[in-house]
Write a protein that binds this ligand. Structure first.
Ligand SMILES: [Zn+2]
Length: 92
């Protein structure tokens, strides 16, 4: 892991904790910082964070807190309760 990846990993943890505490705006700040780092480093967001961040509003999605997760036709459908956007990815 290089330094950017380590920082992204730490931001991922902070974003998750902030969302758990109901601090959604704070979790957005961490997600946005992580996105910026990933872009600059050209490493892309790690899969776990990519799937947990809302593509529309950048909030960190915690099922049961600010997101609803369903499986529909073999795909995971995650709905963001903060902005109403849905994202889909394959089950793995
Ligand atoms: Zn959202």
């Amino acid at each position: 892991m290089n330094i950017a990846e380590e920082r992204i990993d730490r931001l991922h943890g902070l974003a998750r904790e902030a969302a758990a505490d109901g601090e959604f705006d704070r979790s957005r700040e961490y997600v946005r910082l992580a996105r910026r780092l990933a872009e600059r480093n050209r490493c892309g967001l790690p899969k776990g964070l990519q799937r947990s961040a809302c593509d529309a509003c950048d909030v960190y999605l915690r099922p049961g807190r600010n997101a609803r997760v369903r499986v529909h036709r073999g795909r995971v459908v995650v709905r963001c309760h903060d902005c109403g956007a849905t994202k889909r990815h394959p089950v793995d």
